[in-house]
Design a protein around this ligand. Structure first.
Ligand code: C5P
Length: 409
């Protein structure tokens, strides 16, 4: 028999959603696949399904009260449990618990465990609730926040709900939950050390081109795609350096971060570092032009009059430079943000800049490009073969890109 989760230790969090009645079946499904399961419930969850049932099916004590005397014996029970598990699955996850996770609450045992979970251990969340609650902007925003902090959200299924209404919000069947988790755990395992020993250089974010002492020309790039790539490369075992323009994203622990402002500064850093790297991914939105004569002082409108002409000069094309300079063992990946004719443009760009792969995305499409957490990408290989992807979170895009990048070696 093929036990897909053999030896895996799964922490299952259950929250107060009517779908909690499926949780015992989920526990049995995990166990059937060879996993060991420990259950942690919120108080509301225990109104829908009993602790006793879950204790029996999981064959382990269930945690509901974080101050329970029997838990305190060895101290810091939440830290021990968080370190014990291979992954933390929350199914079903209510709107309330999603909100708490997004904002770092630790007011019950389950929430304390979410915060205590070590960064490298996956957090899988399966929301289940009424359609309007699920589609509410606040719930969606909370999901985005959780994804940005490294959690994986598996959207609910559509179908009949406990209220009798039909729509999005159903908890997927236990067997589907188990196969989604198995797939993800396996892909992580297979990716884990593929870039071990490889050095990866990534550019990210916008560049700011100085006009005067207080002004610049910039763009709306958030840097999210480049940071997600850096994290994924790190998770695949690589040594990662991230050269980033001005962004509002926390530094990823384990990634060497170099902050720059202008295209010229980014170019200088790439030139200094490039030869030491096996793979370079150029996801930065680098300004093509920069003011020719930036002023040291602040420009005054009294001196410039009704119209102002600024002369721009061309910036170095960093990716094109890398394409010309790279040696045989090095691979480079570029990005092509296009408004029209993206496949042809991407193909031409790959050739012009001598890339080994290019990631095409549309600048003017919904769920694509700058700013948001979602991107719609097409990955094109050197021979022009390409694959379109459905809109994915930037983290998921990064996973696809790094998986393909591994195949370049
Ligand atoms: O030619 P275009 O700017 O559309 O090409 C986009 C790709 O080139 C991206 O990978 C971007 O990071 C890179 N690029 C660069 N230096 C520039 C302009 C673009 O590295 N000055």
């Amino acid at each position: 028999m093929n036990l897909s989760l053999k030896g895996k230790r799964i922490l299952l969090g259950i929250t107060g959603s009517i779908a909690a009645y499926k949780a015992p079946f989920l526990v049995r499904e995990f166990i059937k696949q060879g996993a060991e399961v420990r259950v942690i419930m919120t108080e509301s969850a225990s109104k829908f399904v009993t602790e006793l049932t879950l204790q029996n099916v999981s064959k382990n004590d269930v945690v509901t009260d974080m101050f329970d005397k029997t838990l305190q014996e060895n101290g810091s029970w939440h830290i021990h449990l968080a370190h014990w598990c291979d992954c933390f699955v929350i199914a079903p996850c209510s709107a309330n618990s999603l909100a708490k996770i997004a904002h770092g609450f630790a007011d019950n045992a389950l929430m304390a465990l979410v915060l205590a979970l070590p960064k490298e251990k996956p957090l899988y969340i399966f929301p289940a609730m009424d359609t309007d609650m699920w589609l509410h902007k606040v719930t969606q925003k909370n999901c985005n926040t959780i994804v940005m902090h490294g959690g994986a959200i598996f959207p609910p299924d559509s179908g009949e709900l406990a209220s009798g209404m039909v729509g999005e919000g159903r908890l997927p069947e236990p067997s589907d939950i188990v196969s989604k988790i198995t797939d993800d755990l396996l892909s992580r395992k297979s990716l884990k050390s593929f870039l071990k020993g490889k050095k990866v250089l990534i550019t990210a974010g916008p560049t700011y081109e100085r006009l005067d002492a207080v002004r610049f020309i910039g763009n709306f790039s958030s840097g999210k795609m480049g940071f997600a790539l850096a994290e994924e490369a790190l998770n695949s075992g690589a040594e990662v350096t991230l050269i980033t323009g001005p962004v509002h994203i926390d530094t990823i622990i384990g990634v060497h971060r170099i902050d720059v402002q202008s295209a010229e500064e980014m170019f200088e850093q790439v030139c200094n570092n490039f030869s030491h790297y096996d793979l370079a991914i150029f996801s930065a939105a680098v300004a093509d032009y920069t003011p020719k004569n930036p002023l040291e002082e602040k420009m005054k409108k009294e001196n410039t009059g009704e119209e102002l002409t600024i002369t721009l000069k061309k910036n170095p094309d960093i990716l094109a430079w890398a394409g010309k300079t790279k040696s045989e063992h090095q691979r480079i990946i570029g990005f092509a943000l296009e408004t029209d004719n993206e496949i042809e443009e991407g193909k031409a760009k790959m050739k012009r800049k001598n890339c080994d792969m290019i990631i095409i995305n549309k600048a003017n499409a919904p769920n694509s490009g700058f700013g948001g957490d979602i991107n719609t990408i097409t990955i094109m290989a050197k021979d022009g073969e390409y694959k379109h992807y459905q809109p994915l979170t930037k983290k998921e895009c990064a996973k696809e890109i790094i998986t393909k990048a591994i195949q370049l070696f």
